[in-house]
Design a protein around this ligand. Structure first.
Ligand code: FAD
Length: 269
């Protein structure tokens, strides 16, 4: 079987936005792996061990078993893939091209889906629940829809991954749902589901030498530049600003009894 993990490079601190296009200037801050993706990667590694996946062994459909880390991002996102390789991914695919820049969720999911359709859609695909920059938490579902596979979001517990299918608990508000099914499937992993591991030094050193496949627009099945990046994005980030609280209420200094009577009065009103 084959496993895929979508990882994203996000700015370590606050990056600047292009005032004109509303696009993040990713080079304006150091890039790190999106913290939520460490949980996705850990879940993928545990699934690989539960399914006894041996990278390189034939997966039966002519492809080799693998734990593929893939990302769409600037060339510097190679560092994010090296991090994923150091943690245990066995192969890596970097989708990078100026045509992909400024993509919204629709264009990003089209890019990732196109690449996976060419590369081979994994049996299990893992995503983090959200990113710390765009933070839409929509990409996993858009990607699954384009691949025509089920997406299980907000996974809070993994009961099992077996050859004949999976069982996970999904956090709903309110309540929890047990979701069972067969592969292929995409899982957006919450932070409760697993505890990410640290990379060992030997793995880190080996990861520096592991090959990374790099694809651009021309490598995608549909290389029409109008469908990717800013031109393929139906949405625009118009403005980003820190909201100023509308009403500046002075802080009240009261004791517990005073607080209780204020609350009582407010509720009565
Ligand atoms: P999320 O959906 O929050 O991420 C969930 C998971 O999807 C990640 O954990 C990761 O596993 C996977 N993933 C996400 N991006 C990638 C990637 N590039 N490569 C591999 N895996 C990935 N786009 C919109 O459509 N609407 C918006 O409102 C919007 N607002 C934005 C605001 C800001 C400040 C920024 C910087 C970007 C915004 N974008 C928006 C663009 C959006 O960030 C990108 O399209 C992004 O690639 C997907 O959205 P996300 O970061 O919100 O991912």
């Amino acid at each position: 079987m084959r496993i895929g993990v979508c990882v994203k490079q996000v700015p370590a601190g606050s990056a600047r936005m292009d005032g004109e296009t509303g696009v993040l200037i990713r080079s304006s801050a150091e890039g790190v792996i999106n913290p939520y993706d460490l949980f996705a990667l850990e879940a993928a590694l545990r699934a690989a061990s539960a399914l006894q996946i041996t990278p390189g062994r034939s997966a039966g459909d002519g492809a080799a078993e693998e734990i593929l880390a893939l990302t769409m991002g600037p060339p510097s996102a190679e560092r994010t893939l090296r991090e994923a390789l150091a943690l245990g991914a066995s192969s890596a695919l970097l989708l990078t091209d100026s045509a992909f820049s400024g993509a919204d969720v629709a264009a990003t999911s089209r890019t990732l889906a196109g690449a996976l359709q060419k590369y081979g859609v994994p049996d299990l695909l893992f995503c983090g629940q959200q990113t710390t920059d765009g933070d839409t938490a929509q990409l996993p579902f858009a990607l699954a829809a384009r691949l025509g596979i089920p997406a299980i979001g907000w996974v809070k517990e993994i009961e099992y991954f077996r050859e004949d299918g999976y069982s996970v608990l999904q956090e709903l508000s309110p309540g929890t749902v047990r979701v069972r099914g067969r592969y292929p499937a995409l899982f957006a992993i919450g932070r409760e589901a697993v505890q990410p591991r640290a990379a060992t030094l030997p793995r880190r050193l080996a990861a520096q030498k592991m090959p990374i496949t790099i694809w651009g627009l021309a490598d995608l099945p549909d290389p029409d530049p109008r469908r990717y990046g800013l031109s393929g994005s139906p949405t625009r980030v118009r403005k980003l600003y820190t909201p100023i609280p509308a009403i500046k209420t002075p802080p009240l200094r009261v004791d517990a009894a005073g607080a209780a009577s204020l609350i009582h009065q407010a509720l009565a009103e």
